[in-house]
Write a protein that binds this ligand. Structure first.
Ligand SMILES: [Zn+2]
Ligand SMILES: [Zn+2]
Length: 157
């Protein structure tokens, strides 16, 4: 595909350049995101009519977006962000060290070695990852307290 091609004509396959006028079909089924039709001319739009069998249709003149606009459209239409690859996920400390140490001291009178913080952070990450999977399974985008309940029940079995 040439660099300045926004789309190719659905009939004649001629390129439709960025910012060039083109024709779209007035019927919504010809404009579904994945299967949208683009025509370089009205005769090319005419050509899809026998197959489409629209009851009522007309060609709508439109203007192709600029390359920058098209790229923005793509990023807006992109699906929800996929989880960052494991290598990119931050490996920071997830617990408040001073509070953790204070708790252990209060509960048991013991000191806490600094390395514990990493182990616990790693544990929290595993817990969060598992809870996020539970939430995703239920079609949610928010991890909820009950997801941790499900995970912990699993882990305790
Ligand atoms: Zn055409
Ligand atoms: Zn159509």
């Amino acid at each position: 595909m040439a660099d300045d091609t926004y789309r190719t004509c659905s009939s004649c396959k001629k390129p439709i350049a960025f910012l060039a006028p083109y024709y779209a079909c007035s019927v919504s089924t010809c404009n579904r995101k994945r299967t949208a039709l683009y025509f370089c001319s009205v005769p090319c739009w005419d050509a899809h009519l026998p197959e489409a069998r629209h009851r009522e249709a007309w060609a709508e003149e439109r203007r192709a977006p600029s390359r920058a606009e098209a790229e923005r459209e793509v990023s807006v239409a992109a699906p929800a962000p996929t989880p960052t690859a494991a290598a990119e996920t931050p490996r920071e400390v997830l617990v408040v060290v001073s509070k953790l140490k204070a708790y252990v001291r209060a509960a048991s009178g013991m000191n806490t070695s600094d390395a514990c913080v990493d182990v616990l952070s790693q544990h929290l990450r595993r817990l969060c990852d598992a809870a996020a999977r539970v939430a995703a399974r239920e079609g949610r985008k928010t991890v909820m307290d009950r997801d941790f309940g499900v995970v912990l029940a699993d882990w305790n079995d």
